[in-house]
Design a protein around this ligand. Structure first.
Ligand code: 2BA
Length: 109
């Protein structure tokens, strides 16, 4: 058995959870925040048997889209008044950031 930890964009989370549930996967949704953008994202925990792992990864890959977002960069630009403002930069977020771990033991009591 494996534990998939998938960090996805909030916009994709609902459709992804529905697709996984329809395919009989069990899912836990966590409301999380990305360290770089300081914006909300969604982390899903999915415990899967090995023979259903590839299918689960395909569903995640298919439903999670990458999007461009603007972020304030740590680099600053000077202004006429001598003030310094963060320069906006464009970053490409997602589709999904996925970690896969082997599960040593699984129990449901
Ligand atoms: P954030 O940390 O908010 O990052 C959002 C996007 O900003 C990233 O998209 C990436 O395109 C960009 N970014 C992040 N750190 C950067 C940096 N130091 N310099 C320049 N650009 C940077 P993704 O890579 O698709 O990541 C989406 C979200 O997945 C992240 O949100 C974070 O919550 C999570 N994540 C990504 N890699 C991770 C890792 N190695 N460990 C834990 N969480 C991770």
């Amino acid at each position: 058995m494996k534990l998939i930890i998938a960090i996805v964009q909030d916009e994709d989370a609902s459709r992804l959870i529905s697709a996984l549930m329809n395919d009989d996967y069990r899912v836990t949704k966590l409301a999380t925040t990305g360290g770089f953008l300081r914006a909300g994202n969604t982390t899903l925990l999915v415990g899967v048997d090995d023979d259903r792992f590839d299918n689960c990864m395909s569903i995640i890959e298919k439903l999670c889209k990458s999007r461009k977002q603007m972020a304030a960069s740590p680099i600053t630009a000077g202004s006429a008044a001598g003030m310094y403002a963060p320069m906006p930069i464009e970053v490409t977020v997602g589709g999904a950031t996925v970690f896969v771990m082997e599960v040593a033991q699984f129990a449901r009591f």
